[in-house]
Design a protein around this ligand. Structure first.
Ligand SMILES: Nc1nc2c(ncn2[C@@H]2O[C@H](COP(=O)(O)OP(=O)(O)O)[C@@H](O)[C@H]2O)c(=O)[nH]1
Ligand SMILES: [Mg+2]
Length: 397
């Protein structure tokens, strides 16, 4: 048995059967320890081993590999890390992610920094997305459509959470719920809750089973961190360190930013929750236009009834889509389709731009990085053994 493995402890931070099999099959190095990325900072990562967190850096070889694939380490990723002296731990390998939510962005740690092509990995290995929208003026159907497309393209199940239900009278609340249900694809649950109350945790319990990883998505001020607090407090009744939430400014219903980074929180009930800062401008990453059909299932279904097979749902006569959809939803669909066309063209262009010379240069850089890493490892090992300490060292920061 590998002394670095504690599968039960890893299960508490969301290790699923698939990752378990990958780990048991693929880990050759005895000193490489499986951990989960729980926080991404500008210059380092925080990893959880099921018992405690550690500060870590990324090995240059892995960084180069990920960059070449337009990928990046994200909160929720499963990695293998080794002790790296005073620096903490060094991430050398990442397990293939599933349920990875990505967007296009000009901010944050982008997986690819070519102009106009910034794919940003938001979170990895997520099962459920809690789309939080405030009933205090934050609710916006077009934004909801983008969020739905975002998570359904990642193969992640959405749940719409209308927060601040306490701010509306029952008839107005019922009307909002009906409007939201009309927009949601079949099978997507919707709940309207006061996220500050313990009842919110009870209402969500059926979706937050042990082993599930859920991500909170929504604008700043929608109530994401409030819900995180409620869920943390619900099971043990005594949240050790309540997370801060920001008061909403009167007038514009917008919150102060108190969640600045994405953080994975193991919940006492056994699920994991990823709190995120609000996504200011959510631009989808649409390298495959077909992916959009997932989020606009009604368009795909109605298109079969259009008079023309190749109907673009513009001004063609006998268009069933135009007849059924609201002009706003149809316009939004066309806008996203246009973006998808651009993204797909760019994805093709960037694949072509990866010439053999460039690939060779990248491979040489990666090899150099690997050698440097090996030299650093062996210096560290000599230092520790000379001091009579054991290798690999126990624990971490
Ligand atoms: N009345 C009411 N206030 C809420 C609710 N959820 C969140 N808030 C308040 O909204 C503000 C912003 O919440 P916060 O959790 O920081 O939003 P975040 O930016 O999405 O993390 C705080 O003052 C919360 O107390 C709710 O369900 N009802
Ligand atoms: Mg927050």
């Amino acid at each position: 048995m590998n002394q670095w493995f504690d599968l039960d402890a890893l299960a508490r931070i969301g290790l699923g059967e698939r990752q378990r099999r990958q780990l048991l099959a693929g880990v050759a190095q005895p000193d490489a320890r499986p951990m989960r990325v729980v926080e991404v900072q500008r210059d380092h990562w925080r990893l959880h081993d099921g018992r405690q967190t550690h500060r870590a850096a990324c090995a240059p070889l892995l960084a180069a590999e990920l960059q070449a694939q337009h990928e990046a380490l994200a909160v929720g990723d499963w990695v293998l890390a080794r002790p790296d002296g005073d620096a903490g731990w060094r991430i050398g390998w990442r397990l293939l992610p599933q349920g990875q939510i990505t967007r296009r962005s000009t901010a944050g740690r982008a997986a690819d920094d070519r102009p106009g092509w910034r794919r940003q990995v938001l979170v990895s290995n997520v099962d459920l997305a809690l789309l939080v929208m405030g009933l205090d003026g934050d609710y916006n159907p077009r934004r909801l459509e983008r969020y739905l497309a975002l998570v359904r393209m990642a193969g992640v199940a959405p749940l719409l959470l209308l927060s601040k239900a306490d701010t509306l009278a029952p008839p107005a609340l019922a009307a909002r719920l009906d409007a939201a249900r009309a927009l949601l694809p079949a099978g997507v649950p919707v709940l309207a809750l006061d996220l500050r109350q313990p009842a919110a945790a009870a209402a969500l319990a059926p979706w937050l089973a042990p082993g599930c990883t859920a991500v909170l998505l929504g604008s700043s001020g929608a109530g994401k961190s409030t819900l995180a607090n409620t869920l943390l407090a619900a099971a043990d009744g005594d949240p050790a360190s309540p997370r801060r939430t920001g008061a909403v400014r009167a007038g514009d219903d917008r919150g102060r930013h108190t969640t600045t980074v994405r953080t994975l929180l193991p919940l006492p009930g056994g699920a994991c929750l990823i709190d995120t800062p609000g996504l200011r401008a959510l631009r989808l990453d649409l390298p495959q236009p077909e992916a959009l059909a997932e989020a606009f299932g009604d368009v795909a279904a109605l298109a079969a009834q259009c008079r023309f097979r190749d109907c673009r749902h513009g001004d063609e006569p006998g268009c069933a889509v135009r007849a059924a959809l609201s002009p706003q939803r149809l316009a939004h669909y066309h806008r996203l389709l246009g973006q998808a066309g651009c993204d797909a063209a760019q994805a093709r262009g960037s694949a072509a731009a990866r010439t053999p010379e460039r690939a060779q240069r990248e491979a040489r850089q990666a090899e150099r990085a690997r050698l440097q890493q090996r030299q650093r490892d062996s210096r560290q090992r000599r230092r520790l053994l000379a001091r009579g300490e054991r290798w690999p060292p126990a624990g971490g920061g």
